[in-house]
Design a protein around this ligand. Structure first.
Ligand SMILES: [Zn+2]
Length: 141
C-alpha cells in the first residue's frame, strides 16, 4: 500500500469509527454491516476520503468490511450566547460577532463533529428486529 499522500490524521479516526460500528453491530445480532452513516462537521478537519482509504484495510475480517459509507455534512455554525441567534460565519466575517445583536459572546455550536450516527446491518432472521435500531452516537473527545 502506497501512502499516496494520505494523512495519518485519519487513521485513528477511522479506527474509532470502526470500534463504534463493531460495538453497535455486536449489540444488534448483526451478521454483516451494510451501511455506515457518519456525521462530519465542515470544520472538523476530517477528510472522509482518507477515512474510506483506511477503511478497507482496518475493517478486513470484520463484519464491517465492504460497508458503504454515507456522510452527513454539518455546516459551520455559531450560536450567540446573548440572543441565541445562530449563524454561519463566513471567511468575510472573521471575528464572529453576532449579526443579530452585534454581541461578541458566541460559541461554536456545529461544525466540529465527527461521529458515527447509525449503521444498517444484515441480521439473523432469528434475531428480534425493530427493538434496537443499532443507533449509536458519541461526542468527539
Ligand atoms: Zn446575538
Amino acid at each position: 500500500m502506497s501512502d499516496e499522500g494520505k494523512s495519518l490524521h485519519e487513521l485513528p479516526i477511522a479506527q474509532g469509527i470502526l470500534e463504534s460500528v463493531l460495538r453497535a453491530a455486536a449489540g444488534s445480532g448483526a451478521t454483516r454491516v451494510s451501511h455506515i452513516h457518519v456525521v462530519v462537521g465542515d470544520v472538523s478537519g476530517v477528510s472522509v476520503e482518507c477515512v474510506e482509504f483506511y477503511w478497507d484495510s482496518i475493517s478486513r475480517g470484520t463484519l464491517a468490511h465492504g460497508a458503504a459509507f454515507h456522510v452527513r455534512r454539518v455546516p459551520f455554525e455559531m450560536t450567540c450566547l446573548v440572543c441565541s441567534h445562530t449563524f454561519s460565519p463566513t471567511a468575510a466575517a472573521l471575528g464572529y460577532d453576532c449579526p443579530s445583536c452585534g454581541g461578541a459572546r458566541v460559541r461554536m455550536s456545529h461544525g466540529q463533529e465527527c461521529y458515527l450516527e447509525a449503521i444498517d446491518v444484515d441480521a439473523n432472521d432469528d434475531a428480534e428486529t425493530g427493538s434496537d435500531p443499532a443507533h449509536e452516537s458519541r461526542t468527539p473527545s
